[in-house]
Design a binder for this molecule. Structure first.
Ligand SMILES: Cc1cc2nc3c(=O)[nH]c(=O)nc-3n(C[C@H](O)[C@H](O)[C@H](O)COP(=O)(O)OP(=O)(O)OC[C@H]3O[C@@H](n4cnc5c(N)ncnc54)[C@H](O)[C@@H]3O)c2cc1C
Length: 410
């Protein structure tokens, strides 16, 4: 089946004004409908709050409907690659031959945004800049020039209200949009897509886990790194270490297994502790890193629109097939128990474990599966303990199947 590439709004059967034209954004700082599970995706900061009940990723899970509308079918649960990484027509690893300085990885995402504007594929790119005062405070924008897209490069590793900029669409002249975003933002965007005043929407997704509020980020940095206020970039990488870059160019790495788990257990946003959309199921193209070998990026093309986005830059990439090695299961099972007991290992033990895991542990797609298994099991446990009433409705079928492969504590 071909995907519905138009996704036009259903025709209004009466002269009634559509709900979003009657709605107003919620007041900033008020309690949003998903309450403590809200990821601040920005939908409620726009008039499209009118549809929040059926669109919010934390009120209502709708993976099958979203995948079917965006890609023409839902994922095949019997296919291990789709079970883990979602609907796909192609997976590959890549690097930009000329990496963009200051990008999170090599800058494939920013380059696609730039080319989408330069070629006239779209009129604007929804991306996330940073506040002038604070490098980690996100400022979503509708970029109309390549320079604006480039200045939004690099992760702002905090919850970002991307969808608040929908409010700027009416009257803007923007008819074709490329939206860059993480899973919760894209789930809500896909749900309201038929009501948006657009002729065409392209979605470039980022995988995402363990996001934090700005305050949570401060706690994380203060408990993990030597000089929290000079960090300009960090990433959890495939060598089982967190790589921090400081403003003076200095690199610092900390082993995952050495994190102060007792302090960090509650630092992640509740939305992220109850999320199962790690690999951004609704995007046309997803660009991350965790299914690639160290230093490369990992791309999942979900549908023909995703390939259209990749076509914009493919000639500028050094590409390679995805690979997979190692066995994740024992490490995931041990991790579940260690996390549950909130163990903080001495640094020499953490380094030793890191040394062996890096050499003999999961690599490529198996590393991606290691990370997905670890997060889905942790999140299922968190939901069971903190929102038992939501477990049934909230955990999608693909995540249940993955979680059932492990023993979870009570
Ligand atoms: C919070 C977060 C967590 C992530 N976790 C993982 C992970 O666990 N595994 C994995 O494989 N990949 C993850 N990624 C994606 C990965 O870190 C890179 O962003 C991706 O590979 C693109 O790299 P790049 O060099 O091409 O990006 P760049 O060219 O540097 O562009 C980065 C883009 O990210 C957008 N962006 C920045 N901050 C946010 C935000 N808070 N919300 C939405 N969009 C934002 C910007 O608009 C920009 O266009 C995460 C990204 C984010 C934002």
């Amino acid at each position: 089946m071909q995907p519905d590439t138009t996704l036009r709004p259903a025709p209004l059967t009466s002269a009634a004004t559509p709900p979003h034209e009657r709605a107003k954004p919620l007041a900033k700082g008020s309690t949003y409908p998903a309450k403590d599970l809200c990821s601040q995706c920005g939908l409620c900061d726009s008039r499209w709050v009118a549809y929040v009940k059926d669109s919010c990723a934390f009120l209502h899970q709708r993976f099958d409907a979203m995948e079917t509308a965006a890609h023409g079918r839902s994922r095949d649960l019997e296919n291990e690659d789709e079970l883990y990484f979602g609907v796909q027509q192609r997976m590959l690893t890549a690097r930009l031959q000329q990496p963009i300085a200051g990008a999170q990885w090599t800058g494939i995402v920013s380059r696609i945004g730039v080319r989408a504007l330069e070629t006239g594929l779209v009129d604007a790119v929804l991306c996330v800049g940073q506040s002038e005062e604070d490098r980690f405070t996100p400022v979503p924008r509708l970029a109309r020039t390549p320079e604006e897209v480039l200045s939004a490069r690099v992760n702002k590793p905090t919850l970002s209200p991307n969808l608040e900029v929908l409010e700027q669409l009416p009257g803007s002249g923007i008819k074709r949009l490329l939206a860059i975003g993480v899973g919760c933002q894209i789930q809500a965007l896909r749900a309201v897509q038929p009501t948006l005043p657009l002729d065409e929407l392209f979605v470039l997704g980022l995988p995402c886990v363990d996001n934090v509020s700005r305050q949570g980020l401060q706690t994380f940095l203060e408990s993990t790194v030597s000089s929290p206020n000079t960090v300009v970039h960090y990433e959890f990488m495939q060598d089982f270490r967190i790589h921090f870059r400081h403003s003076d160019g200095r690199e610092e790495t900390v082993p995952f297994f050495g994190l102060d788990t007792p302090k960090l257990k509650n630092v992640f946003a509740p939305s992220c502790l109850s999320c199962f959309d790690y690999t951004n199921a609704g995007a046309d193209l997803v660009v991350g890193y965790m299914g690639a070998s160290f230093g490369r990026q990992w791309l999942t093309v979900r549908n023909p629109k995703g390939q259209q986005l990749l076509d914009l830059v493919e000639a500028e990439l050094d590409t390679a097939p995805v690979t997979s090695a190692g066995q994740r299961q024992a490490a995931v099972q041990q991790g579940i128990e260690a996390y549950d007991k909130a163990v903080k290992l001495p640094l020499w033990v953490a380094n030793l474990i890191g040394f062996f895991v890096e050499r003999f542990g999961p690599k490529g797609l198996e590393y991606g599966r290691f990370s997905i298994d670890s997060h889905f099991t942790r999140n299922a446990l968190w939901l069971r303990r903190n929102h038992p009433d939501k477990v049934e409705e909230h955990i999608p079928a693909f995540a249940r199947r993955i979680i059932s492969r492990y023993r979870l504590p009570d």
